[in-house]
Design a protein around this ligand. Sequence first.
Ligand code: MTE
Ligand code: MO
Length: 278
Amino acid sequence: MSDDDTTAPVDGHVDDDVDEPVDQRATELRSQVDELPTVPCDQYRRRSRRSFLTGAAGVLVAGGFWRWVQNQDTDDGIPQVLRNQLERNESIWSALPARSAPEYDIADASPIRVNGTIGLDDDVDVDGWTCRVEGPNGELLDVVDLSVFEDLPQRDLVIEHKCIEGWSNITHWGGARFSDFHARYADQVGDVPYVGLETPDGDYYVGWDIDSILHPQTLLALREHGEPLAPEHGAPLRLATPNKYGIKTIKRIGVIRYTYERPADYWAERSYDWYAGL
Ligand SMILES: Nc1nc2c(c(=O)[nH]1)N[C@H]1C(S)=C(S)[C@@H](COP(=O)(O)O)O[C@H]1N2
Ligand SMILES: [Mo]
């Protein structure tokens, strides 16, 4: 430790040789401030009024833009300009090679909570359950029972199920890929762009674009956490995916319909994004 460290003021006493450089620095600073251009009072007021007006104009323009957005025609309850942007985003994503979400070890999975029971009011008879398969011209292609799905290659899918309400769960699904099921009808339906799915009572319904539903991580699930689906989780058959929000994973499928037009979607009709992609 040098003597310099002991030159701090003690009991209000300041040594002369310490005082001097501080004074010098103060003088320097004062002269720098004096050299700064000064703004006369009236000019200052005019300037600040101008910047206030510029700011206010900005707020008005932004407000007007927002009103214009809101007055646009809506599509599924979403203003057209915003919908157009969503569709531009979607076309960018779909031009990229199909992405896959991470998959996890079965040991990381936990039972999923029950969320949403729309379309599940009636009791379900798993043994008597059938699902209608309809073609894009309204024709009935097939009526299938559970054995059709049980006989397809069985897959495990351990993924993060994400709900739009803000929770997620590492879930172990088991069942058949939608793409393996689709192979039964691919020749008949051709290049159809959409699939709509409904509960047997029609109360819950979802629409999927064909690329997303044919993605290898889109499962027609028969099992959750190693057990056949419980009624409240969609027995006997539901969708599962890590690539769209939970709203698209319809529980208790009663109808699978190939369509040329974008199918109705329960939550898109309530202002959620139709794709609900992740
Ligand atoms: N038939 C039907 N399917 C549905 C719903 C619903 O209300 N009815 N809710 C959806 C939502 S928002 C989520 S997050 C998942 C939840 O599935 P889980 O109850 O098995 O956790 O199911 C989806 N599928
Ligand atoms: Mo959800």
